[in-house]
Design a protein around this ligand. Structure first.
Ligand SMILES: [Zn+2]
Ligand SMILES: [Zn+2]
Length: 236
């Protein structure tokens, strides 16, 4: 009798033969992300304030940006160059586990470069509205957050909810983006006990203006979180 593991391996062999994986970036057969395209990803080595691009220690928001934001820092892993763009867009619509692990590993490595009190950390992801979740069948931010939480042995909380169906932020102007997301997020009952005194790491794939992450941060801090840090692959 083959074991479950052997069956899974067999299933993968058959699936790969029928739908051979192709690199999300260059379309070459063989893997969801080929070694060459992965090598092209340019990691950010010099930490900056995500809003104004001033140099900052450990990705903290600079004092003037911090006065206007609930976020304490946003850790941005890589530059938004062509191969990462294609991988992230492909990953949004295809649920390839390998890609989730690769991108999650990138996030994990970035957060590990920053010293923090590990016993006070919890991980959350930017939630989708339940209708959107139902439409898509998965939340890529949540899948990435799971990898980060697993690799660092941090608890993951599903305490943050998006109760207002919002338009995609992409293509909206700055004011409409704010209105679109105003009061879009809330916390499940009982969240205070889970958040009190914690550093919350909120994971998303990419950040644009930061309005979404900041709205999440506001809600989490109202719920008692000590600090809220964003962790994203890139700034688009
Ligand atoms: Zn490739
Ligand atoms: Zn700044």
């Amino acid at each position: 009798m083959p074991t479950v593991k052997q069956n899974n391996v067999l299933a993968k062999v058959i699936l790969d033969a029928v739908f051979p994986p192709r690199c999300l970036s260059c379309n070459k057969f063989g893997a969801w992300v080929c070694g060459e395209c992965w090598q092209k990803i340019e990691l950010i080595k010099t930490p900056i304030c995500y809003r104004c691009y001033r140099l900052s220690s450990e990705f903290k928001l600079c004092p003037s940006c911090h006065r206007q934001q609930a976020l304490h820092r946003v850790i941005v892993c890589a530059h938004w160059q062509a191969s990462l763009k294609k991988i992230v867009y492909g990953f949004k619509y295809r649920r390839a586990r390998v890609v989730t692990n690769l991108l999650g590993g990138l996030l994990s490595a970035a957060i590990q470069s920053i010293p923090l009190a590990h016993n006070n950390v919890v991980v959350v992801s930017v939630p989708l509205h339940r209708y959107r979740y139902w439409q898509r069948g998965f939340n890529q931010a949540e899948n990435l957050a799971r990898v980060v939480a697993e690799q660092n042995h941090w608890p993951i909380l599903t305490t943050l909810v998006r109760h207002k169906p919002t338009l995609p932020q992409f293509g909206l102007n700055k004011m409409t983006r704010k209105d679109n997301l105003a009061d879009a997020f809330s916390l499940k009952p009982g969240s205070q006990a889970l958040l009190a005194g914690k550093t919350v790491i909120i994971v998303d794939d990419i950040i644009t203006t930061g309005v979404t992450l900041n709205e999440c941060a506001k809600t989490l801090r109202q719920g008692g979180a000590k600090e809220v840090w964003g962790l994203v692959l890139a700034r688009a």
